[in-house]
Write a protein of this length. Structure first.
Length: 200
């Protein structure tokens, strides 16, 4: 019967279970990634996330509380020096569980558990995706304001180009008119000189 079973005992007595979770937490902090069963990973997630949250405040009390859970000086140092600075802006959800299939011997579900902020491949993909995103014209007022500013800027550019084109065309027309007047005046003077020659 499972009366009063609030959590997974993992088939172990209390002392054995707490020692196992402490060792797994130390290994995860040191190596940033471990392979285990899904049941153990879910139990470890509840165990380690409050510890990582505690490490965000670096003082003697926090270090002593964390050490009482981990019982390993190297992992405590690694947690407070390297891990805490990377997860400082994250409000929880420090770990990720990725299922890797079934184990051959007993067919139990296996997984890889890792710290989210230390997976360089996924972080690189996220930054690339962020740089490729386009602003949507739907949505909040800020997006609408930016879209309106872009439209105004495009309209100004179009007006300037049309004004430049109209100025060039007017200059060409005036130069054509001047050349036509000069040609007509040349024709008039040549005609009068020929008339004078005939009269003489």
């Amino acid at each position: 019967m499972r009366h009063g079973k609030k959590f997974n005992h993992l088939g172990r007595k209390t002392a054995h279970r707490s020692a196992m979770l402490s060792n797994m937490a130390s290994s995860l902090i040191k190596h940033k990634r471990i392979n285990t069963t899904v049941a153990k990973a879910k139990a470890l997630r509840k165990y380690i996330e409050p510890i990582i949250t505690k490490s965000k405040t670096d003082d003697t009390h926090s270090r002593r509380v964390v050490f009482s859970y981990l019982q390993d000086k190297e992992s405590v140092t690694e947690l407070f020096n390297n891990v805490a600075s990377k997860v400082a802006s994250r409000p929880g959800g420090y770990t990720r569980i990725i299922k890797t299939g079934a184990r051959l011997g007993d067919n139990s579900e296996m997984c890889m558990m890792e710290l989210v902020d230390f997976n360089e491949l996924l972080l690189g993909e996220e930054t690339a995706a962020k740089t490729k995103t386009r602003r949507s014209r739907r949505g909040g007022g800020k997006a609408k304001a930016e879209a309106a500013q872009e439209d105004v800027a495009e309209a100004v550019v179009v007006e300037e180009t049309t004004e430049d084109v109209s100025e060039e065309s007017s200059i060409e027309e005036s130069s054509n008119d001047v050349s036509n007047e000069v040609e007509s005046s040349d024709d008039d003077t040549s005609g009068t000189s020929e008339d004078e020659k005939k009269e003489d």
